[in-house]
Design a protein around this ligand. Structure first.
Ligand code: PMP
Length: 455
């Protein structure tokens, strides 16, 4: 379509059905934390490319980096050959990596997060000579056959039959709707649907015990795996932060079992959760860090950074054509520099508190709001049907309500995502440069949409 002409991309009948069209929108321009549709309506973008746009749309430093690369006649695609853009990206990324990975190695993996997860698992297999992987319920690592095998959502995998062999899932220590509690009749002491775990025993400790059993107990029957993979905050699974106690257990038991610990920070990386790396704050301390989304400045880029001793591949053992295009490297380097320079991780923490506290104040008492959670600007509100109870002793997720809220929010100028069980978690992932005033409008719009959905 010529510029200015009303585009119809996304509404064409030729799009495969796999594109869900919950949001009937054609977006034509964007700036900062807002996007504009073909009718000139403006929306606050709490999707931000599923978290890829840390600096929002057209941040001046990113636009300038892209223009400079184009004006300089930079080579656009060089496979693994060195360019100043690639070198600058590497320097910039290493200047902000967690200390234990500062003398690690970087591998460019392809355009998508799933590419990088695939590379991490392949590398762990080569380095250990083993083949299994331990992953977690509710985890999300991508949609390729290998990464889907690691993903902890049964309904996404069932139609495909066998994916990767030897993948084992254990419960993630969620605080809400947790399987890690004793179950009994509805009348049992400790609350409806079962007894809460007693005393000081928390879901983090129980999940840690299961990991220890799976990895270190001969009688678990599970062959020692090549890798253990987890997100420091589960994103697509419904915004579940990993408790620090569980991160510590993961680290020690993975070492004991001789496996490789992989942190999937595709969504959490580069400041979103209030610290530059979500794994750093909770003591996750991975052997391989998987990064994509924000580190490409909104353009496709994915890397793994691994400890030096895992450098197990011979040259050519892992290849791919699009492993760091110049424009993505330029945008990524500029984004990393700006996030660090402007203290945007800390700002994400502050604005995230404003968002979470605002939501709690506005709708926390509504019985249809089951839980409000998440660190920094990675926030989820799980909406429920208060008249019901699931097998875990809490009201069932209400995906229809979440969809209604999402639709009304769109009509009122805010784009949000839905995920988690039954897609009943309304997810907020605005760019880190979102303003306080925009955050307040997001809160108001959510509250309005929820009350409009009153039956
Ligand atoms: N890991 C995590 C934690 C993610 O959130 C995602 C994408 N939402 C992926 C992996 C897969 O990334 P991509 O969609 O770029 O393949």
């Amino acid at each position: 379509d010529a510029p200015g002409q009303r585009p119809v991309v996304g509404q064409r009948d030729s799009s495969a059905r796999a594109y869900h069209r919950r949001l009937p929108l054609t977006l034509v321009s964007a700036r900062g934390a807002t996007v504009r549709d073909a009718d000139g309506r403006e929306y606050i973008d709490c999707l931000a490319g599923a978290g890829a746009l840390a600096l929002g749309h057209h941040h001046p430093v990113v636009d300038q980096a892209l223009r400079e690369a184009l004006d300089a006649g930079a080579p656009l695609s060089t496979l693994d050959l060195s360019t100043p853009y690639r070198d600058r990206f590497i320097d910039q990324l290493f200047s902000v990596l967690p200390a234990p990975l500062q003398d690690g190695r970087i591998l460019f993996c392809g355009p998508s997060g799933a590419d990088a997860v695939e590379a991490a698992i392949k590398l762990a297999k080569t380095a250990t000579g083993r083949s299994g992987v331990l992953a977690f319920g509710g985890g999300y690592h991508g949609m390729t056959q290998g990464t889907l095998a690691l993903t902890g959502r049964r309904s996404a995998k069932e139609p495909l039959g066998a994916l990767l062999p030897e993948i084992h899932h254990l419960p993630f220590p969620t605080a809400y709707r947790t399987p890690l509690r004793a179950h009994g009749p509805a009348s049992a002491p400790g609350g409806p649907g079962g007894q809460a775990v007693s005393g000081a025993t928390t879901s983090a400790e129980l999940a840690g015990s299961l990991v220890r059993w799976a990895l270190c107990d001969d009688h678990s029957g599970i062959a020692a795996p090549a890798a253990v993979i987890a997100e420091p905050v589960q994103g697509e699974g419904g915004v579940h932060p990993m408790p620090p106690a569980f991160a510590t257990t993961l680290r020690s038991t993975t070492t004991e079992a001789g496996a490789v610990l992989v942190a999937d920070e595709v969504q959490t990386g580069l400041g979103r959760t209030g610290t530059l790396w979500a794994s750093e704050r909770i003591g996750f301390d991975p052997d391989i860090l998987v990064l994509s989304k924000a580190v490409g400045g909104g353009l496709p880029l994915a890397v793994i950074v691994h400890r030096g001793e895992l450098d197990a591949w011979q040259p050519g053992a892992h290849a791919g054509t699009f492993r760091g295009s110049t424009l993505a490297l330029a945008a990524g380097a500029a984004t990393i520099r700006e996030v660090a320079r402007a203290g945007l991780a800390q700002r994400a923490g502050e604005l995230g508190r404003r968002l979470s506290d605002g939501l709690r104040a506005a709708v926390g008492d509504d019985p249809r709001v089951g839980d409000i959670r998440g660190p920094g600007l990675m926030v989820g509100v799980e909406v429920v049907d208060p008249e019901t109870a699931d097998g875990y002793g809490v009201p069932r997720p209400d995906g229809a309500l979440a969809a209604a809220v999402q639709r009304t929010m769109l009509e009122n100028g805010v784009i949000v995502e839905a995920g988690g069980p039954e897609d009943a978690v309304v997810r907020f992932l605005p760019p880190l440069i979102v303003s306080e005033e925009q955050i307040d409008r997001v809160v108001d719009t959510f509250a309005t949409a929820l009350s409009a959905a009153r039956p």
